[in-house]
Write a protein that binds this ligand. Structure first.
Ligand SMILES: [Zn+2]
Ligand SMILES: [Zn+2]
Length: 335
């Protein structure tokens, strides 16, 4: 099979031919329908912060159709259409009881989705609704991230919400705010690059960062935000969220910032702000997200601005790294 391989920092991904995967115990092999490219893929191949070892396969947002099952498989059968969890925990430890498998000290990675076939673990598989298109299977992972964060924020239709940083994660938060009936939403960005994308996904009130931004946000929302979803993940944005949120409000931090950042704790203290980090999703979020994408996928699908084949993938990957890409880049390995 053909697969995208990270070689070294500064080199484009290589498309190589590897042996077709064989399912181990508790595993299945899928024919990948789509795999998304994520900011984490870009980070972990950039040389800043954690860098993947050379020779690693990439791709953790993916789904497809089961073509082979290994020993001990109880729930899955050939032909099932699934979305895969990219990290699967042991299922027994204290960390696994949180529902977030990536916290498990014995978790196993299944991050080989940028390929024609991929191995998945039965515990980490969500069987998709029969009416859902496989082309949306790669959206379950990124949209589950927004679901958990919005869930933790306990929003109501009256919540004044600010989404800071309309990248794919911010837009996934926006999708779930709309999904849960929140009407009063502003989007804050450093540029207008994603304005039309945010508007298409239900973020009509778009504010560009600057001296007037705070006043504009408060005017749009009718007051300072109850919750700021910090999805930008660059130095200064957590401090900015603390500044923008209302007294006794909540900052839900999802941005993946891997360099030191500074906040003034006293600024959060004197406003009695709750700052909460939200790591990805639980397996239950995955199932709920698949159901929502099946029922109401149009708005979510708007996030996908580019779908390319494996040959085009290394170039498209570097375009996204350079910031010239659009919303979400998907790979169709069989195109
Ligand atoms: Zn990701
Ligand atoms: Zn565990």
């Amino acid at each position: 099979m053909r697969a995208a391989i990270f070689k070294a920092v500064g080199e484009p991904l290589a498309i190589e031919t590897l042996p077709d995967p064989e399912p181990g115990e508790g595993e299945a092999v899928i024919r990948v329908s789509r795999c998304g490219v994520c900011g984490t893929d870009l980070h972990s191949t950039s040389g800043h912060g954690y860098t993947l070892p050379g020779g690693s396969q990439l791709g953790h947002e993916y789904g497809g159709e089961v073509v082979a099952v290994g020993k001990g498989i109880e729930r899955l059968k050939v032909g099932d259409r699934i979305a895969a969890l990219p990290c699967v925990g042991c299922g027994h430890c204290e960390a696994c009881k949180t529902g977030i498998d990536v916290l498990c000290p014995n978790m196993k990675g299944y991050g080989g989705g940028l390929a024609e076939y991929a191995t998945v673990n039965e515990r980490g598989v969500t069987i998709l609704p029969s009416t859902m298109t496989l082309a949306d299977s790669a959206l379950v992972e990124p949209f589950s991230v927004g679901l958990r964060a919005v869930r933790l924020a306990n929003v109501t239709p009256e919540t004044r919400a600010l989404v800071q940083g309309p990248g794919p994660i911010g837009l996934s938060v926006l999708f779930w705010l709309r999904q849960l009936g929140v009407r009063n939403i502003a989007v804050l960005a450093s540029s207008t690059r994603r304005q039309s994308l945010a508007e298409t996904m239900g973020g009509e009130h778009f504010v560009t960062e600057g001296a007037e931004a705070q006043q504009q946000i408060n005017t749009i929302l009718g007051g300072a935000p109850d919750v700021v979803f910090e999805c930008a993940g660059v130095p200064g944005t957590v401090a900015r969220a603390i500044e923008l949120v209302r007294p006794a409000g909540t900052v839900m931090a999802l941005g993946f910032c891997m360099v030191p950042d500074t906040i003034i704790p006293g600024m959060a203290l004197i406003k009695d702000v709750t700052v909460r980090f939200s790591l990805i999703y639980t397996r239950e979020d995955y199932a709920k997200c698949a159901a929502a994408l099946d029922a109401d996928g149009d708005r979510a699908r708007a996030l996908v601005t580019d779908t390319v084949d494996l040959d085009r993938m290394p170039t498209a990957f570097e375009e996204f790294r350079a910031g010239t890409g659009g919303g979400k880049l998907l790979i169709d390995p069989w195109a």
